[in-house]
Design a protein around this ligand. Structure first.
Ligand code: AMP
Ligand code: MN
Ligand code: MN
Ligand code: MN
Length: 306
C-alpha cells in the first residue's frame, strides 16, 4: 500500500461519499473515476439507508485501483432529533442490517408520499411524479425534492428549497422516527462494522449539545466520530469536539460527504488533517487491513507513526 496511507495524511482517504443509489448525483462509475482523478486511494460508499450500490462500487474500485470499504449512512433518531451514523467495513449481507434497511426503506417511502402531498397542498404541481423522475429510483430523500423544486423553478437553489419547504418546521417537513441511535450502532456491530457519528457539528450547535451528543454516542457503543470534513467549521468548535471525542476514547474519522460536483466547497482528496488528540480510524481494531499493508507495516510501527 502507498506509504501516504500509513501516516496521518488524509488526502488519499474519504470515508463518507454518496452515489445516485441515494442522493448523490453521480453514478458509481463516474464517482469512482472522479475520486481516482483527485488522488483518493481508499474510500467508503456510504449511501443513505441502502447498500445497493456496493457491488457496482466494488467493481469500479477494482478497475481504478482504489480500495473500497463497504459502508452505509443510517438515518437515526436521538432525543427526537435526526442523527446520521455511518457504518464502515460492514458486511452488507448481514441479516440484522438487512432488516433495518428494509424498515428504513418503508419509512422513507411513506414519508416521501407525505412530503409530496404537502408540496402539492402548497401549490407545487405533480410533486411526486417529478421527484421520482429526478431521482430515477424509489429511495427518495429531501435532496431529491429540493432538486425537483429547483428544476421546476419554484426556488433558485437547494438552500432556498430547504429553507422555504423542507427544513424542520417548514411547510413540507414531515417528521419521521428513524432507527434509535443505539440500535443503529448495534446493527453496524452485528454486521462486523465500525460505527461513526457523521458530521457532528451539523446537529450539535451549542457546547452543551455537542458534549451530550458525543457522550450519548459513546455510551451507546459508538466507535468514532467525523473530525475531518469538507465543511468549514469554527476552529473553536472543532477543537472542543476533538477534546470530547478524546475524553470518550472515540476514534477520528474523515469524510467529505460528497454528493454533487456542484458542491464547490468540497475538494475531493483534500480533507484537513485529523486532530492530534484522537487516534485515526484506520487504527481501530476492526479496521480491515490488506495483507499487503500488514506485511509492509507491522501494527506496532503504525501505532506510533502519528
Ligand atoms: P433526508 O434523509 O431525506 O431527510 O435528507 C437529508 C439530506 O438532505 C442530507 O443527507 C443532505 O444531503 C440534504 N440536506 C439537508 N439539509 C440540506 C440543506 N440545507 N441544503 C442542501 N442539502 C441539504
Ligand atoms: Mn444526503
Ligand atoms: Mn448525513
Ligand atoms: Mn452523507
Amino acid at each position: 500500500m502507498d506509504r501516504t496511507l500509513q501516516d496521518r495524511a488524509t488526502g488519499a482517504r474519504d470515508y463518507h461519499v454518496h452515489s445516485d443509489f441515494s442522493d448523490g448525483v453521480l453514478a458509481v462509475d463516474a464517482l469512482v473515476a472522479r475520486l481516482a482523478a483527485h488522488g483518493v486511494q481508499e474510500w467508503a460508499l456510504t449511501d443513505h439507508d441502502t447498500v445497493d450500490g456496493l457491488p457496482a462500487a466494488t467493481q469500479a474500485s477494482a478497475a481504478h485501483g482504489l480500495r473500497l470499504l463497504p459502508g452505509v449512512e443510517l438515518s437515526c433518531t436521538f432525543n427526537a432529533h435526526t442523527v446520521h451514523v455511518v457504518g464502515l467495513a460492514i458486511d452488507p449481507s448481514s441479516a440484522p442490517l438487512q432488516r433495518v434497511l428494509q424498515r428504513l426503506d418503508a419509512q422513507r417511502q411513506s414519508r416521501a408520499e407525505q412530503i409530496a402531498q404537502r408540496l402539492s397542498a402548497t401549490g407545487v404541481a405533480e410533486a411526486w411524479a417529478h421527484t421520482r423522475t429526478v431521482a430515477g429510483h424509489h429511495r427518495l430523500t429531501r435532496t431529491h425534492f429540493a432538486r425537483m423544486l429547483v428544476a421546476q423553478g419554484y426556488v433558485r437553489d437547494m438552500k432556498t428549497a430547504f429553507h422555504r419547504y423542507l427544513a424542520d418546521g417548514k411547510s413540507a417537513a414531515v417528521k419521521s422516527a428513524w432507527v434509535p441511535l443505539e440500535e443503529a450502532v448495534a446493527v453496524i456491530h452485528a454486521a462486523g462494522g465500525i460505527a461513526v457519528l457523521a458530521h457532528p457539528l451539523r446537529y450539535a450547535r451549542t457546547h452543551a449539545r455537542r458534549r451530550r451528543t458525543v457522550a450519548a454516542f459513546a455510551e451507546g457503543g459508538g466507535d468514532a466520530i467525523e473530525l475531518s470534513t469538507a465543511a468549514q467549521a469554527p476552529s473553536g468548535a472543532q477543537d472542543q469536539l476533538a477534546r470530547y471525542a478524546a475524553e470518550r476514547g472515540l476514534f477520528g474519522s474523515l469524510g467529505s460527504d460528497f454528493h454533487d460536483p456542484a458542491q464547490h466547497w468540497i475538494r475531493l482528496g483534500e480533507l484537513p488533517p485529523l486532530p492530534s488528540q484522537v487516534r485515526p480510524i484506520w487504527q481501530h481494531p476492526r479496521w480491515p487491513h490488506s495483507a499487503e499493508a500488514a506485511a509492509s507495516a507491522p501494527s506496532t510501527q503504525v501505532a506510533h507513526a502519528w
